[in-house]
Design a protein around this ligand. Structure first.
Ligand code: CP
Ligand code: NVA
Length: 304
């Protein structure tokens, strides 16, 4: 059976450390070419800088040929059914990386594909991002059982992946969000039920960030929600990660953001450029961690 990476729950707890060690190896030695002679299809329905560049560079560094397929170009689900695309791409490429709106479309791709499928973000989750974030915490000495990660903002796709990470590794994960912006109930329920981590939702950001090891934020309006941006700007007004909020956390607390940032909204210039910010390490680590994921998925095909 081919393996996919659709969610962090496709990983076992013990695989996290193995992937991090593989990412260390690939970061130190860029001479491995396991994808030589093979192509990887990248279907992107939404805009992207980091994800697109880190996958294209990563695939090239691993000896492969990335093929970028925009929504305009291939019209997934419009010009052609996702399943039919998956069938075709499985005959010509070694892997499919997809950034889509609807998670169900990703599942449809994965169901029909006979090559691994990687979630490069959907409206439901962003596992590549959070895996790279965990690796970045490790790089900065924050990857410790019980580490307190406080996400200040919307209970969105990025939060869902944090909740999934919290099912694999013991964290104290807190979402500070206004009422009405809670994450998917089922994912939250599962994270609580799993009992691996302490997970909670707190309305007041000042209370939430007390003793935080990591403060994390993301845009208030995700891709596809642009029509709500005015309302969201008002609803999230008290949820800016600024110097005052950061001062309430542990003195050595680090600040993370998946980027792109809307400076002056969810985060201030001062904080994102300040000494506690590790946002560009996070962005760089997308490359190293995704290379590790792709190498593992390719190996799983050979092991069949
Ligand atoms: N963090 C992230 O996924 O960035 P892009 O949307 O630019 O790919
Ligand atoms: N929550 C954001 C993440 C972007 C990387 C979005 O989906 O637009």
């Amino acid at each position: 059976m081919k393996k996919d990476f659709l969610s962090l729950l496709d990983l076992q707890s013990e695989e996290l450390d193995e992937l991090f060690r593989l990412a260390d190896t690939l970061k130190a030695d860029a001479t491995r070419r396991p994808f030589a002679g093979q192509s990887v299809a990248m279907i992107f329905q939404k805009p992207s800088l980091r994800t697109r560049v880190s996958f294209e560079v990563g695939i090239s560094q691993l000896g492969g040929n990335p093929i970028f397929l925009s929504q305009e170009g291939v019209g997934i689900g419009v010009r052609e059914k996702a399943g039919d695309m998956a069938e075709l791409l499985s005959r010509m490429t070694a892997m499919i990386v997809a950034r889509l709106f609807d998670h169900a479309l990703l599942m449809e791709l994965a169901h029909r594909a006979t090559v691994p499928v990687v979630n490069a973000l959907t409206d439901l989750s962003h596992p590549c991002q959070i895996l790279a974030d965990a690796y970045t915490m490790r790089q900065h000495g924050k990857w410790k059982p019980g580490a307190k990660v406080v996400f200040v903002g919307d209970g969105n796709n990025v939060v869902h992946s944090w909740l999934e990470l919290a099912m694999l590794y013991p964290l104290h994960f807190v979402l500070a969000a206004p009422i009405g912006y809670e994450p998917n109930k089922e994912i939250f329920r599962q994270a609580v039920a799993k009992g691996v981590s302490t997970v909670e939702i707190i309305v007041d950001p000042t209370t939430a960030v007390k003793h935080a090891d990591v403060i994390y934020t993301d845009v208030w309006t995700s891709m596809g929600q642009e029509a709500e941006s005015e309302k969201r700007r008002k609803d999230f007004a008290g949820y800016q990660v600024n110097a005052e909020l950061l001062a309430k956390a542990k003195p050595d607390c680090v600040v993370m953001h998946c980027l792109p940032a809307h400076r002056g909204e969810e985060i201030t210039n001062e904080v994102i450029e300040g000494p506690q910010s590790i946002v560009f390490d996070e962005a760089e680590n997308r490359l190293h961690v995704q290379k590790a994921v792709m190498v593992r998925l390719l190996e799983s095909m050979k092991a069949d």
